[in-house]
Design a protein around this ligand. Structure first.
Ligand code: CTP
Length: 424
């Protein structure tokens, strides 16, 4: 339908980016293909020049598919159609961009102009395997436009950049390259790797951490890329590759995946398995906080802010060293579990996990014991039991229940009968 609508208007329409790559990969490899993110580029002169051809096409499609939601981004450049955002349902996201040359009038039938326009659009992209287009409009619908050798790179299983400045312009492409390499089992091509080193050595952190009008977008993209990587089953291999390339420097120049950080991350995985259902943060977020928490205390809050983490994450990382100092000093002096509970209940689960990762085995065991057992202990009697025992409802109930809890935690009472005796 999209191509018919484009053809009606005398425009060209292309499928571009990841969907073309995944289609070709599915042809060369076995496996199921799940595409729920489609990028289209429309190339056509629009008579009013106040609306992008992409936007007009998206509007026309929404008239036909009324259950799709239409979003328009930027002044008049891109539009998106969205079917079902509910994560439980299969969703489909179709981005429709307008090729750059749309405002220069040219006869749509002129193949030379057409080729240079889509070529320019593809040349702005990151890797050859992501810079192919499939023409959807006639004539020659179904033709693959591959100006930069993307298909050969797919077959050779390599990630190759399009131009030397690409990583300098957008250092988050280093993370994308690593993500694709690990995800598909590809190699990063040698020259591309040299460009990565060049971009990193030219002061990549300065760009990802500076405050200017361009960096918020860059920082958001870095966070998004980190999210994709830390969400994926292959996240540990991806981190290793990022570290080998020196690319963890985009997060902070001192961040290294050394054996201690690996140990902490492995511990974290074991612990995420244990506390899965209680998680307040998703796994990728706590993995990211563990990376930031591994930095020296004075860098943590700044890096968390750079990456635009949520306020509670920033506060957690900012307070981590104080909290840890308090816990390390006090925990070993406690003789009773109730003292541990009184101290640790002040902190949220991610804080305790982050501290456990960085603490001695003895402290860690106490934290685990608190999280797995003591934090779940309830007073043996309820408010109703107290009423039955003849206590008049009053604010004192809380104190009585707290005392009962302390006695339970410290092993002084084991059941309701002992609890009643304790109160008597
Ligand atoms: N792109 C780029 N530089 C970036 C991000 C994206 O050049 N920093 C281009 C690539 O051509 C990419 C397309 O925009 O193919 C779409 O980006 P995105 O949807 O983020 O990635 P996909 O390639 O579709 O990959 P994925 O399967 O991870 O969605």
């Amino acid at each position: 339908t999209a191509s018919q609508e484009a053809e009606k208007r005398g425009w060209h329409l292309y499928l571009v980016g990841g969907a073309v790559r995944d289609l070709l990969l599915a042809e060369t490899e076995t496996g199921t293909l799940m595409i729920n993110d489609i990028d289209l580029v429309v190339d056509g002169f629009h008579k009013t020049a106040s609306v992008g051809a992409g936007v007009e096409l998206a509007k026309a499609l929404q008239e036909i598919y009324k259950n799709a939601r239409l979003e328009i981004h930027g002044a008049f450049q891109t539009a998106a159609l969205l079917w079902h955002k509910d994560p439980e349902l299969n969703s489909l996201w179709v981005d429709i961009a307008t090729s750059r040359t749309e405002f220069y009038p040219y006869p749509a039938a002129n193949p030379e102009v057409e080729a240079s326009s889509i070529r320019q659009d593809l040349y702005r992209r990151d890797f050859t395997i992501n810079a192919m287009a499939l023409r959807l409009t006639s004539p020659r619908a179904g033709e693959l436009l591959d100006f930069f050798g993307g298909f050969l790179d797919l077959q050779a299983k390599q990630i190759r950049i399009l131009h030397a400045n690409s990583f300098i312009e957008d250092p988050t492409r280093i993370y994308r390259g690593v993500r694709f390499a690990v995800r598909f089992g590809f190699e990063i091509e040698k020259r591309t790797e040299e460009y990565i080193h060049y971009a990193i050595n030219s002061g990549v952190y300065d760009r990802t951490s500076q405050k200017n009008s361009k960096t918020p977008a860059l920082q958001t993209r870095l966070k998004t890329e980190l999210k994709y990587i830390l969400l994926a089953p292959y996240w540990q291999s991806a981190l290793k590759l990022l570290d080998n390339l020196g690319a963890l420097q985009c997060i902070h120049p001192t961040l290294k995946l050394d054996s201690e950080l690996c140990r902490q991350l492995n511990l974290l995985e074991r612990c995420l398995g244990r506390f899965d259902r209680k998680q307040t943060l998703s796994n990728w977020q706590i993995r990211l906080e563990a990376l930031i928490g591994y930095l020296k205390p004075e860098y943590r809050a700044k890096v968390a802010k750079n990456l635009q983490l949520a306020d509670d994450s920033i506060a957690r990382l900012k307070n981590l060293s104080h909290t840890q100092a308090e816990i390390i000093t006090l925990l070993p002096t406690f003789d009773h579990p109730s003292q541990t509970v009184d101290l640790l209940k002040k902190y949220d689960l991610p804080t305790l996990i982050l501290i456990a990762l960085q603490s001695s085995r003895k402290i860690r065991r106490k934290i685990w014991q608190y999280l797995t057992t003591w934090a779940n202990v309830q007073p043996l009697l309820t408010g109703n039991d107290l009423k039955e025992l003849g206590y008049k409802p009053s604010p004192k109930y809380k104190q009585i229940l707290d005392d009962l809890l302390t006695a339970t935690l410290d092993g002084l009472i084991k059941d309701k009968a002992e609890a009643r005796e304790f109160l008597a």
